[in-house]
Design a binder for this molecule. Structure first.
Ligand SMILES: [Zn+2]
Length: 365
């Protein structure tokens, strides 16, 4: 097949152990004077200390929740407007980075956050600089233009160029204290990003290369990062794999596993990574084809069945929920319907209608 693609990756990436300590130099380089940090409760004391030491950190919103709420975006935006910030720095998992992205995108506008959230008003032409600092190895949000934010029970995934960070600072040291279960959830989210970017209908050659390397690194390091969190080599390899996973789906977008993850998170309260992993081995089997066999051979596996088994073993190791019986009372009709109508489902290489999804979930009874 003739090569024919458009590839673009606009984020400047700083990667390495101890890189976060260079934040001051990076702010100098970008000429930034007033920055707001958005982070979760764990990082908030560190962010406050940073504010005391560096006058360029003008405010901290330290209340980002696991499924980030629009209220957190509103508060971060208020701080950015009040301090006339020129940048928003998101430090944390995808939640903090997505909050920072949204606040930076709307801070210079005159509309209400809810108007932008609901698409009733276009995003302002001007925005603040976004700096993304992931502390988990999983979401890849530091290199994508996606922001996932909830408003009460409504959850929206907004894909817009205004959310693209200018800089990503990936420091594996920041992930060294992530607890084992979160390490597994986020690691399998990264695996889903790589595999879905690879088998997406919009896959393309440069993204494919990064997907293959991400899968190889995750298979070689996730178990160690889970069982021995202080192992910096495994943590660094997972941080790199997560970054590659993000890059590998940034253009092709994700597909069926992520489509199914939304009802699994909303109705059965699975964290994002666990929700993506729930159907990941099923879709490895469903999407098995020559291309996926090639990926498996390149990462040292015999074939797609071994890949599906490896994923199932990782889920079992961390006791992740992987059967319908683990979810309590399940409304299978609603689950199959909600998965089928999700926009990302159309990106799966094998057409999955409601009946096919129902059959897949029945096998997980
Ligand atoms: Zn994901």
């Amino acid at each position: 097949m003739a090569l024919d693609f458009v590839y673009s990756q606009p984020v400047k990436i700083y990667f390495g152990e101890g890189t976060f300590a260079k934040l001051g130099e990076i702010l100098d380089e970008l000429g930034l004077q007033r920055c707001v940090i958005a982070c979760g409760r764990h990082f908030a004391p560190t962010a406050q200390a940073m504010m005391e030491q560096d006058a360029r950190i003008t405010a901290v919103f330290g209340g980002v929740e696991q499924n980030p709420q629009l209220s957190g975006v509103i508060e971060t935006t208020r701080l950015a407007r009040e301090t006339k910030a020129d940048a928003v720095i998101g430090v944390g998992g995808g939640s903090s980075i997505d909050t920072a992205k949204f606040a930076a995108a709307i801070a210079l506008g005159d509309g209400e956050a809810l108007e932008y959230y609901r698409g009733e008003k276009p995003f302002p032409a001007e925005r603040l600089t976004i700096i993304a600092v992931p502390t988990t190895a999983g979401t890849g949000s530091e290199v994508t233009q996606v922001s996932v934010v909830s408003h009460n029970t409504e959850k929206r995934t907004i894909n817009n160029p205004v959310f693209m960070p200018k800089v990503a600072i990936v420091d594996p040291v920041l992930s060294s204290t992530v607890p084992p279960r979160t390490t597994m959830n986020t690691g399998l989210d990264a695996m889903a990003h790589a595999l879905e970017g690879y088998w997406s209908k919009n896959h393309q050659p440069i993204s494919d290369l990064m997907a293959i390397e991400a899968v190889r690194l995750i298979l070689a390091n996730l178990e160690t990062a889970y069982t021995d969190g202080a192992n910096m080599e495994a943590r660094a390899n997972m941080a790199y794999a997560s970054l590659l996973g993000g890059l590998s789906f940034a253009l092709p977008k994700t597909a069926a596993c992520h489509a199914c993850s939304y009802p699994l998170s909303e109705d059965y309260h699975l964290p994002h990574g666990e929700a993506c992993a729930f159907t990941l081995d099923s879709f490895v089997r469903i999407n098995a084809d020559e291309r996926l066999e090639l990926l498996c051979r390149r990462v040292g596996l015999a074939g797609t069945e071994e890949l599906a088994q490896k994923i199932a073993e990782l889920k079992k190791l961390a006791s992740l929920r992987s059967r319908l019986s683990d979810l309590g009372e399940v409304d299978l009709d609603k689950l199959a319907h909600d998965c089928a109508v999700h926009g990302l489902m159309a990106n799966n290489p094998v057409k999955m209608d409601e009946a096919a999804l129902r059959a897949m979930f029945e096998k997980l009874a």
